[in-house]
Ligand binder design. Structure first.
Ligand code: C2E
Ligand code: CA
Ligand code: CA
Length: 538
């Protein structure tokens, strides 16, 4: 009759289960969700009793742990994995790295455990790259020194160590910073039902932090496509869970090995080597000191598929943005959300240039920022952007910024005034131009260009226009005399009626002279309005 075994029954049949092969291993693939390829698998223990049927770890592992028997089961699993790998290798089937669970009781109670597994690995001559060790986050409860010591010994032998059940709650981020693990396993079940909400924020913060540490993240317990896609969107493409496969027996897994393509796991981001990513989070480190004090406003962000996410800003960046913003407000904001289509394109163009050139690229963009204290405002930032890390489709950028809002506003209002001025002229049928006295360059207004065919810049004014017939020959000398009086500064104003063009259309022409501080003639502003019935037409 199939049923859950009692503690007593488990203990009584344990030895028999080990020797009789009732305790065995199932394998669950770990997949790169971007490529569909297998990157590894986890060995999961099963106990199938001849009479009571399948027993699950949640029922028998606590019993084995309680009675200090778990290490024997774990060593049996380890040996079974070695045998499996050995079989693959000798049959010419390329395996993937298999991760084996290490109970926290193996760490706490079994000083020789690491040497024991290493002995098995050596006995079966398995290259160490094919075995990973999973250590749960809660092992740290037993004391950091103990775990650190075990991790160091595993590393010395060359094992990759994966932190299991990350996010299950035990001071996660600190553990991550202090323990030298190579891979992080984030369990979706600890964060379920919260995609997009608080859980989502935590997930993406963990993934981002892991990226900074250069540590790959595997999402486990992934059951739906939605979860896998979400994880990919926050930068975690490795998944393990029912979505791709339940844990399967050895024979079936061996078939999968042959069917599915494999690929190695790669670090989350290949940070430039000169920047120590680990230290980057330590407020007292030299890296932080440099980031905060020896550069201007600086921001570090990731960019993927048109989405940017700010990872870090320094104090000067916060100052540069102004608006009394809190660092957290900046970190929480989507940098592209405040940009309109045009500005976003300008900025993305600079990003692409930085990717292509592998050098610093700059751009100026307007964006709307919103702060608790100041509300909303538009600011203009000049950014100097450099790519400092990349994966196949995600980029890491470092940008120095200057707030040039005031500068741009001055420039724009000047430009606006000029536009308005031109507009007014247009409406009043006024033709206008200016002459630079020193260079004899004349710049006409739009109407002169359109109606009188004057080019945008006339050199050696007024000769080309006399030659072109804008000024009729009989008025040429009179007009040259006007120019002479203006150039010499004899007059400040001049006006008269001149028939212009071959059509001899009468215009009221006026000149006003502008002088520099010393009184020397600088520019002459000319205007012409059409004369109708002896009157100026306004
Ligand atoms: P774990 O190490 O976190 O292993 C992952 C567990 O999640 C496995 O449960 C796996 O079958 C299950 N799982 C995988 N994908 C999904 C999914 O999409 N949805 C859901 N709901 N579950 C999924 P399992 O095999 O029952 O193992 C439970 C726990 O028992 C393991 O958690 C691990 O802590 C422990 N365990 C399993 N095998 C061993 C072992 O050989 N040694 C030791 N010390 N502990 C083991
Ligand atoms: Ca595990
Ligand atoms: Ca786990």
């Amino acid at each position: 009759m199939e049923r859950k075994m009692t503690e007593q029954e488990l203990l009584e049949t344990f030895d028999e289960a080990l020797t009789g092969g009732h305790i065995f291993v199932t394998y669950q693939p770990k997949i790169n969700h971007s490529t569909g390829r297998m990157i590894g698998a986890e060995a999961l223990m099963r106990w199938s009793h001849p009479e009571f049927g399948m027993q699950y770890p949640s029922d028998f592992i606590p019993v084995l742990e309680k009675h200090d028997l778990i290490y024997r089961a774990d060593l049996a699993v380890f040996e079974s994995v070695c045998r499996f790998l050995k079989g693959c290798i000798s049959d010419g089937v390329t395996p993937v790295p298999i991760s084996v669970n290490m109970s926290r009781y193996d760490i706490l109670n079994r000083n020789e455990y690491v040497d024991e597994i290493e002995g098995l690995r050596a006995k079966y001559e398995i290259p160490v790259k094919y075995i990973h060790v999973e250590v749960t986050e809660t092992s740290a409860i037993g004391g950091m020194e103990l775990v650190s010591g075990v991790l160091k010994r595993l590393h010395d032998y060359g094992y990759i160590v994966e932190m299991d059940d990350f996010g299950s709650g035990y001071s996660s981020l600190n553990v991550l910073k202090d323990l030298a693990v190579d891979v992080i396993k984030l369990d979706m079940r600890f964060l379920s039902g919260s995609i997009g909400g608080r859980g989502g924020t935590i997930i993406s913060a963990i993934v981002q932090m892991a990226k900074w540490l250069g540590t790959p993240v595997i999402a486990e317990g992934v059951e739906t496509m939605e979860q896998a896609d979400y994880m990919k969107s926050v930068g975690c493409k490795y998944v393990q869970g029912y979505l791709y496969s339940k844990p399967v027996r050895e024979e079936e897994f061996r078939q999968k090995l042959g069917q599915l393509e494999h690929e190695p796991m790669t670090p989350a981001l290949d940070l430039i080597k000169t920047m120590d990513a680990g230290k980057f989070w330590d407020p007292s480190s030299m890296e932080t000191l440099i980031f905060n004090n020896f550069v201007g406003g600086a921001v570090i962000f990731t960019y993927q598929d048109g989405k940017a996410e700010i990872l870090r800003v320094n104090k000067k960046y916060v100052k540069e943005i102004g608006m009394n913003m809190l660092e957290q407000e900046i970190l929480d904001s989507d940098p592209f959300a405040g940009m309109d289509e045009h500005n976003r394109m300008v900025y993305q163009d600079a990003l692409y240039r930085a990717i292509q050139s592998n050098d610093e690229e700059s751009c100026e963009t307007w964006r709307t920022v919103c702060s608790k204290t100041c509300g909303e405002d538009k600011i203009c930032l000049r950014s100097f952007i450099r790519m400092i890390g990349r994966t196949e489709n995600q980029y890491l950028f470092y940008a120095m910024v200057q707030n040039i809002t005031a500068e741009r506003k001055r420039f724009d209002s000047m430009f606006e005034n000029e536009q308005r001025f031109k507009h007014a002229f247009d409406q009043a049928n006024v033709y206008a131009w200016e002459v630079d006295i020193a260079t004899r360059e004349m710049r006409p207004c739009f109407r002169c260009m359109r109606d009188l065919n004057v080019p945008p810049l006339v050199q050696n004014y007024p000769e080309p226009l006399i030659h072109a017939g804008v000024f009729p020959p009989d008025y040429a000398d009179m007009y040259r005399e006007w120019m002479r009086q203006i150039e010499s500064g004899e007059v400040d104003q001049l006006e008269g009626i001149i028939p212009l063009t071959v059509g001899r259309i009468p215009f009221h022409v006026r000149y006003t002279l502008e002088r520099d501080e010393t009184g020397r003639p600088l520019k002459a502003y000319g205007s012409a309005t059409l004369v109708v019935d002896g009157e100026d037409k306004e």
